[in-house]
Design a protein around this ligand. Structure first.
Ligand SMILES: Cc1ncc(COP(=O)(O)O)c(CNc2co[nH]c2=O)c1O
Length: 409
């Protein structure tokens, strides 16, 4: 694909023209949520303007149109991540968190028991860590954590030690939303499968930012959110290998997910509808398919290259300060984000002062409290990049930090 034209891309995001009392917005909080391009907004508006209807093949024209668009959106998302099973391997949820809970309840609650082990990493997002921690408490299973080293990499020797015959599930974040570490998910998948364990990959920070081929990785489950990849809030994706989703029982019951209901019992609809109880995320799912088109038009290799280049530049600029501690791997070996702390200034104050410069970063624990505890920091500030950000915006970040330093000197 042709090299990424940031100027052309920015013209698709009117929000980026916002100013606060004359100070232009510099949006660097993309790991929390990305902005939404006009074609995706237009897809939502077109749905509500022209074919809004409930799905599952009502006999009238509107429902037929909405049903086909919603069902086809599953196929489009499958294609985006290399799932050859198409819609049968793609469940639309409301977000990555719900996708992870779906497997934890529909598989974990049924399959796990005392003696079984769930292997996580110390850098997991709460969406995985708390979910598996609580399922372990309900089932008597044990959660274990692969250690993270001082550079923010997984200790793979420890991984090989932990993943063993008692391991039932490995759950690993593909790209850490705090450290920017890109984990070796193919290697971890091999380690899990050697022990007849399953692996769940949290792709919330990878699917939006790089080419992902779930079958090349051979992950059993993969989760991500539409709102981090130019889609709307309200739609997440659970990819699961077809045979696993076939074997799993639903954990949310109601309409749409059934085949036959009697007063005594019920049978379930085919995949993926078995896992989509009630009226689904229709407009959001259709818009997510549009977001896949938008990103593929740019080219995921370009998206990856652009985000990593900005993170590398930010890392280099921040490294000019001897009072800034950067979390995670070196500049040239990370995803599209940089978390850091400015000595003497709490991350929240950094974020406040950056906001006064129009710069939007996230400050806090980024839903990785145990990791921050391990690192010995209560919080961090995080700049995270996407397709519409520029080097000049990184420079604005640095200017804001220089102001923060002076204010708190
Ligand atoms: C690695 C990772 N996993 C799971 C989630 C959950 O996604 P959700 O269900 O759509 O919320 C996030 C969201 N991370 C962040 C959300 O806000 N700031 C963040 O860093 C994430 O970064």
């Amino acid at each position: 694909s042709a090299p990424l034209s940031v100027e052309d891309i920015r013209s698709d995001f009117p929000i980026l023209e916002r100013e606060f009392d004359g100070t232009p917005l510099v949006y660097l909080d993309n790991a929390a949520t990305s902005q939404t391009p006009e074609p995706v907004v237009d897809a939502i508006v077109e749905y509500y303007h022209t074919y809004n209807s409930n799905v599952h093949r009502g006999l009238h024209q509107l429902s037929q149109e909405a049903s086909i668009a919603y069902e086809d959106a599953h196929d489009r998302v499958a294609e985006f991540i290399g799932a050859s099973g198409e819609r049968e391997e793609i469940v639309f949820t409301k977000n990555a968190t719900e996708s992870m809970n779906t497997v934890a309840y529909a598989w974990g609650l049924e399959e796990l028991g005392p003696g079984d082990e769930i292997v996580l990493t110390e850098m997991e997002h709460h969406a995985a860590l708390v979910t598996w921690q609580q399922i372990a408490k309900k089932t008597g299973a044990t959660v274990r954590f692969i250690e993270v080293d001082d550079e923010g990499y997984l200790d793979m020797d420890h991984a090989r030690e932990l993943i063993g015959p008692d391991t039932a599930m490995v759950s690993v974040v593909h790209v850490s939303n705090t450290l920017g570490t890109v984990n070796p998910v193919s290697e971890l998948t091999d380690l899990a499968h050697e022990q007849d364990a399953l692996i769940f990959v949290d792709g919330a920070q990878s699917v939006p930012h790089m080419p992902v081929d779930v079958e090349a990785i051979d992950a059993d489950f993969f989760a991500f959110s539409g709102h981090k990849m130019c889609g709307p809030t309200g739609v997440g994706v659970l990819y699961g290998k077809k045979h696993l989703l076939e074997e799993m029982q639903p954990y949310l019951y109601g309409g749409m997910m059934i085949e036959k209901v009697t007063f005594e019992d019920s049978t379930w609809h085919e995949l993926p509808w078995k896992f989509e109880a009630g009226t689904p995320v229709i407009a959001q799912g259709i818009a997510l398919a549009e977001a896949c088109d938008y990103l593929d038009e740019i080219g995921m290799d370009n998206v990856k290259r652009h985000g990593e280049a900005l993170a590398e530049y930010a890392h280099e600029r921040l490294s000019e300060f001897d009072d800034i501690e950067i979390l995670g791997p070196p500049a040239d070996d990370r995803g599209a984000l940089v978390s850091f702390n400015l000595d003497t200034v709490h991350a929240h104050d950094v974020s406040e002062i950056l906001n006064a410069h129009g710069v939007a970063v996230r400050a806090g624990d980024h839903c990785t409290q145990p990791l921050h505890d391990k690192l010995g920091v209560p919080a961090s500030a995080r700049a995270s990049f996407y397709i519409y950000n520029t080097r000049e915006e990184v420079d604005k970040l640095v200017e804001g930090l220089e102001d923060a330093r002076e204010l708190f000197a």
